[in-house]
Structures are given as structure tokens and as C-alpha cells.
Design a protein around this ligand. Structure first.
Ligand SMILES: [Zn+2]
Length: 299
């Protein structure tokens, strides 16, 4: 389970910066991640907005739109979208507290995976804090269903995830991943999986003024029964691995890693946020837990 056996909060050591285009606006944005004090959580700051409160602390309630990506908003109506891949990196690398400054309305899409964000955090370095890490321990199963999509959280003594997708195109078909959500597994099997879309959907999004920054540089694009990207896939089952990556980020808006098992079937950001809200609405189904540090094995 993330982050390490000390079960303490972590932040970054020093600021680190990355820049890229937003997938929907096509606008170039600069993002910097900075250390934050223990207990403060993840806070995004829209540095391009100066006439009202530009800080957006992450929480389950701050998520306002999750159709295409995860968008958050503060009480002053300041919004930021596409936070999920960075949130997944924070979760897997055990970062509890950080300030993320962005000078535009969405995070850069970069290569469409969490890999560049993991590299950003590696550059920033990690610092252990004194406060014990709070886990969200699942006590009773919680399930949300939306048509043929569903997501559930079940009791489990570690953070596990199972994700299943089913697409009629032979390029994807039926794919399943089932793994322990920890830093090593995230780095080796999940972080590099890219977002994906279908050529006809990209056309529709463009007509709606979206996906302006979308390209074969930051998404796997499927047209009928073939992949348009000349380089092909980065790994087998890249599609379902990316859905799992999204789910890790979508759940981390809770502000703490899960001690439980997540199971998603075709679930997108909207279903994941429905699950987060269902959890928050059922205080008997979970509790905050602190785990004792484990002594290092000697010999
Ligand atoms: Zn994604």
C-alpha cells in the first residue's frame, strides 16, 4: 500500500515545474508543484486568476463535472479540469500534501499518462512529515451503478483494484486488470498507460470546441478496428490500465489512500465521483485509520 511502510504523510522537497497544452483548450499551461504543511492536503492554485480566491483545495465535494475528465471548483467559482492523472501520481507516490500552481483552466495533458507527473514528483523529491498518514478504511461494501457501468468499494486489508472494460472493437475487446495499488506496481504497470479515444468522438468533441489540444502525441486514437498511432501501444491491455489509473486519481480526491478493494466495470470519472459521494454520505461504511509503522526487516 502507498506510500511506504512508515505510514507517515509526505510532501515534496523542492518546487518542480512542467509545461504543456491542455487537452480541451489547447492552451499552453505551466504547472509547478511545491511543498505544503502537514495536514493541508492537495491544493490547486489558479495563478492566472487574481481578482478572487484562486485556491481550490481538493475534496470529494469540489468535483463538479466528471463527464470527460475530473473538474474541481472552489466557492468563488474558480475551476480547474483534468486533475486525475496528477492525482493518481500523488496517491501512488504517497504525497499527502502539496500546492500545485497552474496558470490556466486545465492541467497539461503531456503524453496522456501519469508518467510525466511521476517524473516531475521524482525531480521534486519526497520528504516524510511527522503526522501519521490517514487511510480510508472501508468497513461495508458500497456500490454505485449507472446503466452498464458500476463501481464498488469493498473491505480489504490493503488497497486493491480490479477494473474491467468491454468495447465492441477488436482493438480493445474485454480487458481486466487486478492489482495491489502500491508505488512499485503503479510505476511498473500503470503510470505509462495513456488515455484513449475514438476518431469519431474526437470529431464530435472538436465540433463542440473541445479536444483542441488532443493529438496522437497525448492519446491512443482508435478508428474502427485499428489504432491510428504509428507507434502502436506501449504495453498489452494499455486501455484498461489507463482506466485503473483514472480511478486511482478519481478516488484520491478523498484526500487519503483507500484501505479496501475497488472494483470498476466500464466506470468513468462520473461513476467514480458518484462512488466517492456515496462513500461520504455513508459514514458507517468507512472510518479513518492510522497504521503503526513497521520495523525494517533486519538480516
Ligand atoms: Zn485519464
Amino acid at each position: 500500500m502507498p506510500p511506504s511502510l512508515d505510514h507517515l504523510e509526505r510532501t515534496v522537497v523542492a518546487p518542480a515545474i512542467i509545461a504543456g497544452v491542455g487537452v480541451h483548450t489547447g492552451q499552453r499551461v505551466r504547472l509547478s508543484v511545491r511543498p505544503a504543511s502537514s495536514g493541508s492536503g492537495i491544493t490547486f492554485v489558479r495563478s492566472d486568476i487574481t481578482d478572487r480566491d484562486n485556491r481550490i483545495p481538493v475534496s470529494g465535494e469540489a468535483v463538479i463535472d466528471a463527464r470527460l475528465n475530473t473538474m474541481i471548483e472552489n466557492a468563488a467559482g474558480v475551476r480547474l479540469s483534468t486533475i486525475e492523472h496528477l492525482m493518481a501520481a500523488f496517491c501512488a507516490l504517497g504525497v499527502s500534501n502539496a500546492v500545485v500552481e497552474v496558470d490556466g483552466p486545465e492541467l497539461p495533458i503531456l503524453d496522456g499518462s501519469a508518467l510525466p507527473f511521476v517524473q516531475l514528483l521524482d525531480r521534486a523529491g519526497f520528504r516524510r512529515q511527522e503526522a501519521p498518514l490517514r487511510y480510508i478504511e472501508i468497513l461495508q461494501p458500497i456500490r454505485v451503478v449507472d446503466g452498464d457501468k458500476s463501481a464498488a468499494l469493498l473491505p480489504c486489508d490493503r488497497y486493491e483494484m480490479r477494473f474491467e472494460i468491454d468495447f465492441p472493437t477488436p482493438v480493445i475487446g474485454n480487458q481486466v486488470v487486478d492489482f495491489v495499488v502500491d508505488e512499485a506496481t503503479f510505476r511498473s504497470e500503470i503510470m505509462a498507460a495513456r488515455t484513449f479515444g475514438f476518431a469519431h468522438e474526437v470529431e464530435e468533441l472538436r465540433r463542440a470546441g473541445l479536444a483542441r489540444g488532443g493529438s496522437l502525441e497525448n492519446a491512443v486514437v482508435i478508428d474502427g478496428d485499428h489504432i491510428l498511432n504509428p507507434e502502436g501501444l506501449r504495453m498489452e491491455r494499455e486501455f484498461v490500465r489507463h482506466k485503473a489509473l483514472d480511478a486511482i486519481g478519481d478516488l484520491y480526491v478523498l484526500g487519503a489512500p483507500i484501505l479496501g478493494r475497488y472494483e470498476g466495470v466500464r466506470a468513468g470519472h462520473a461513476v467514480n465521483n458518484k462512488l466517492v459521494r456515496a462513500l461520504l454520505a455513508q459514514p458507517n461504511a468507512w472510518r479513518e485509520t492510522i497504521l503503526a509503522p513497521q520495523l525494517a526487516q533486519v538480516g
